[in-house]
Design a protein around this ligand. Structure first.
Ligand SMILES: Cc1ncc(COP(=O)(O)O)c(C=O)c1O
Length: 409
């Protein structure tokens, strides 16, 4: 059941009217439903209940401290890709033994901290990285658990900019190179190969590529006679951004993962991000101006591509919904754009949209994942506020950045 929906003509988030929050606070701001995040996590975990996976929430999708804390309380671990995310996860109370560290370009500095903090797994993405970890571990007189991220050369059938498991993507190491390098890994005495990991892309709406990954992993583990403690199957589970998107059938996949993990007798790790927070957030924005152009009207919002980057970066589609509905229509085409000095600062085009006026509020939907975390100070604009709703209460989980902070450099 969605926690963000219309009650009559007004958009509600949990028990609060979005219009009321918008009228009281400076727009634009991100607005999240805590209950929706929790429901998504519990639903995901329960789909795989039989295998009791470790669900490491991908912090890159939304690294707000309060959200990490909230998920941590439900038992989630964290998948991090930088030392900033790692330290934030620890600050949020996530235990080090529930943190996995991915990324193709981890620095020595980052690896040193990860080793010191004794996180569950460093998911290594190259031969060179494995050697560096071994060197650092030796210096610290430690034995470090690592996973190796494989690149299975699988087409996840998603947007090319968020595909990560094809041979021409920079992520992981090919099956062939891993097989060759395995003997060398065994000689590195200060690392223990305890896991294999894969993450083939994001916003994946079919179980077919996931099933292919399981087949490839099973074969590889058998051929190389590997004895592993963990298999990290990554994230990437898609959500419904539009009515055309059909949800992925996770039930079927979970049955396959169950028999896979039983056969190998290893713990399964997942790294979902988008499917946990994506539909839990909206971006509330005010209509600054409406401008007539030759063949359309520009609806100029006070939110820009620096606040919400996905449409400009990936041509992604996000519904823009009024926070108060009416039955009147605007004739012709309208295009929602933002104030940033880039032609790509635009959010969507509509025909026969309901009547809207300057100073009205609209919400960009499904922005909980890769919204705030991708935002920037472009055009010297402060980062906007983030607000979390819990039933009939809301609280700021990030204040709008102080503009003066941006003026010092
Ligand atoms: C290594 C890794 N794990 C997990 C994720 C999370 O993916 P998603 O948010 O699609 O679930 C990503 C995102 O790209 C990733 O790179």
């Amino acid at each position: 059941m969605s926690n963000i929906k219309y009650v009559g003509k007004n958009l509600f988030i949990e028990k609060l009217s979005v219009a009321k929050i918008a009228k009281k606070n400076t727009t634009p701001f991100y607005l999240y439903s805590e209950n929706q995040i929790k429901e998504n996590y519990v639903k995901f975990f329960n789909t795989f209940k039989k295998i009791k996976p470790l669900v490491c929430f991908a912090a890159k999708s939304n690294s707000n401290l309060s959200i990490l804390k909230s998920l941590g309380k439900l038992g989630a671990g964290t998948d991090v890709v930088s030392i900033g995310e790692l330290l934030k996860a620890l600050k949020a109370g996530i235990k080090a033994n529930k943190i996995v560290f991915s990324g193709v370009g981890k620095t020595e500095e980052e690896l040193k901290i990860a080793i010191n903090k004794k996180i569950l797994l460093i998911n290594c993405e190259s031969e060179s990285e494995a050697k560096i970890i071994n060197k650092l571990a030796k210096k610290a007189n430690k034995s470090v658990s690592i996973g190796f991220r494989l690149n299975p050369d699988i087409d996840a059938k998603t947007h090319k900019k968020i595909s990560t498991g094809k041979a021409n993507n920079k992520f992981g190491i090919s099956i062939k190179n891993f097989s060759i390098f395995l003997n060398e890994i065994k000689k590195l005495k200060n690392i223990k190969l305890e896991a294999l990991s894969v993450h083939i892309g994001s916003q994946i709406l079919s179980d077919v590529p996931y099933n292919k990954v399981l087949t490839i992993l099973s074969k590889l583990i058998k051929n190389l006679d590997l004895n592993l403690k963990y298999i990290d199957l990554g994230g990437g589970f898609g959500i419904n951004y539009s009515k055309k998107d059909k949800p992925i059938n996770l039930k079927k996949y979970s049955n396959l993962v169950h028999s896979f993990s039983k056969k190998l007798n290893c713990k399964i790790i997942f790294e979902p991000g988008r499917s946990i927070v994506g539909n839990a957030g909206i971006l509330v924005s005010k209509i600054q101006y409406i401008k007539n152009a030759t063949n359309k009207k520009f609806i100029i919002l006070n939110a820009g591509m620096n606040d919400f980057m996905r449409p400009a970066l990936y041509d992604s589609h996000h519904e823009i919904i009024p926070i108060t509905k009416n039955k009147k229509k605007i004739k012709g085409i309208i295009e929602f754009v933002g104030p940033i000095c880039e032609s790509t600062c635009k959010f969507g085009t509509y025909k026969n949209y309901q009547k809207i006026s300057e100073n009205d509020f609209v919400a960009i939907a499904n922005v909980g994942a890769y919204g705030s975390s991708l935002s920037s100070n472009y055009n010297t604009r402060p980062l906007i506020a983030e607000i979390l709703v819990n039933k009939n209460k809301f609280k700021f989980i990030r204040n709008k950045q102080n503009l003066l902070k941006l003026l010092s450099t």
